[in-house]
Design a protein around this ligand. Sequence first.
Ligand SMILES: *[C@@H]1O[C@H](CO)[C@@H](O)[C@H](O)[C@H]1NC(C)=O
Ligand SMILES: *[C@@H]1O[C@H](CO)[C@@H](O)[C@H](O)[C@H]1NC(C)=O
Ligand SMILES: *[C@@H]1O[C@H](CO)[C@@H](O)[C@H](O)[C@H]1NC(C)=O
Ligand SMILES: *[C@@H]1O[C@H](CO)[C@@H](O)[C@H](O)[C@H]1NC(C)=O
Length: 386
Amino acid sequence: MTLSRLWGNILVLCCGLGWIVETGDAYTWTADMPHGNASVEYRLKQFLMRGYDITSRPVRKDSTAIDCQLGMSLFHILDTSERHQTVSALMSLRVHWRDEYIRWNRSEYKIDKIWIPARSIWRPDLIITNYANDEYSDYINTNAIVEWTGRVMWTFPIVVKMYCTLDVRYFPFDTQDCNVTFMSWTYDGYRLNLNHTGAKDQKVYYEPRNQEWMVTVIVPWRENQMYPCCPEPFPVLHFTIHMYRRYLFYVINLICPCLLIYCVSFLGFFLPIESGEKVNLEITVLLALVVFLLMVSENMPPTPDAVPVVGLLFSVTMVMVALAVVMAVTVTFVFFAQPHTPPPAYILRLARFYRRWRRRPAATAAAAAARRHQRVHQQQHILCGG
Ligand SMILES: *[C@@H]1O[C@H](CO)[C@@H](O)[C@H](O)[C@H]1NC(C)=O
Ligand SMILES: *[C@@H]1O[C@H](CO)[C@@H](O)[C@H](O)[C@H]1NC(C)=O
Ligand SMILES: *[C@@H]1O[C@H](CO)[C@@H](O)[C@H](O)[C@H]1NC(C)=O
Ligand SMILES: *[C@@H]1O[C@H](CO)[C@@H](O)[C@H](O)[C@H]1NC(C)=O
């Protein structure tokens, strides 16, 4: 009897706790003033938020489309991964729209704007469609600033990792265009008319000190897209971040060593054969080049669409050095051959063929010259005779 009552109490307690935890996040707008006199902002919020429904679009007429403007500021390029074709950036978004239920009489309340946590009012459900993180993180619950006319400005910082096609053909002298694409996930263009705040409004606060990238400009761009789900058009906003790489690091650490090693491989031709180091030198140079090629290929995307020119440079250099190895081995072989062994038959045949080939063009050229001389002579003869 007592045991079952104990269990019942525990159950009630748990339910109560669960209820407290569940409602802990919500904002309660009480009608009574609990602390005596209150500020104007407090009273105004009590007045505005009583009966406010955050799930319905804040328009008085259902056919009205909400004009929603989106602006973007870039604070930092955190990371780029050419291999995975992603860019991480820290940026700040500004979203503007008009909420027709949050309006007040300015001369009555003597206050122009109020700050409200954005989670307690209606918000457009914006989604970044080229998002590359493992999970969609929610935005930080920042304040929205609401003016007496109902105009809402909501700004929040966000760290985004996004897919974007990084064309590495001219790495490290490349420029990249990276898109951040926004759309409303459920509201079509007739209910939420998404647009950008203008090309001049997209600011770059990025200071590339000790950084790899320079950002030149952010260009916004709007398009209407149709999806198989619905007959209505969906506005999609692209913000294209134009940026270019500061290449000095790669020139000093990648390209200069490669060219230097390539030059060293020429020294092998001047090395006397007696030293016995000819082949060693070329092989060492070849290995050094392989290390550099590995460094390049580690950072590049494994795709055949854009083969980086730097990779080609290393490959061609390797082919040349490999040829040098072959030559060094041949020369060494010939040098250390027994003094009176005759050369192999195929070499003799090659040499004979080469001699014949050298002689023939000379002979034909002489014959052609003789023929030309004869023709000219004949023409002169005819002209003079006529
Ligand atoms: C409330 O305001 C009235 C007048 O504005 C003032 O007389 C009163 O002392 C205030 N009460 C408190 C608790 O501040
Ligand atoms: C706003 O408040 C002032 C002062 O209380 C009043 O005279 C005016 O009529 C109000 N305006 C509206 C549109 O309600
Ligand atoms: C990025 O946006 C531009 C328009 O600004 C578009 O032309 C281009 O195709 C987009 N790039 C990608 C990879 O979506
Ligand atoms: C979007 O905004 C730009 C500039 O603010 C404007 O030129 C353009 O007409 C707008 N587009 C639509 C469909 O409202």
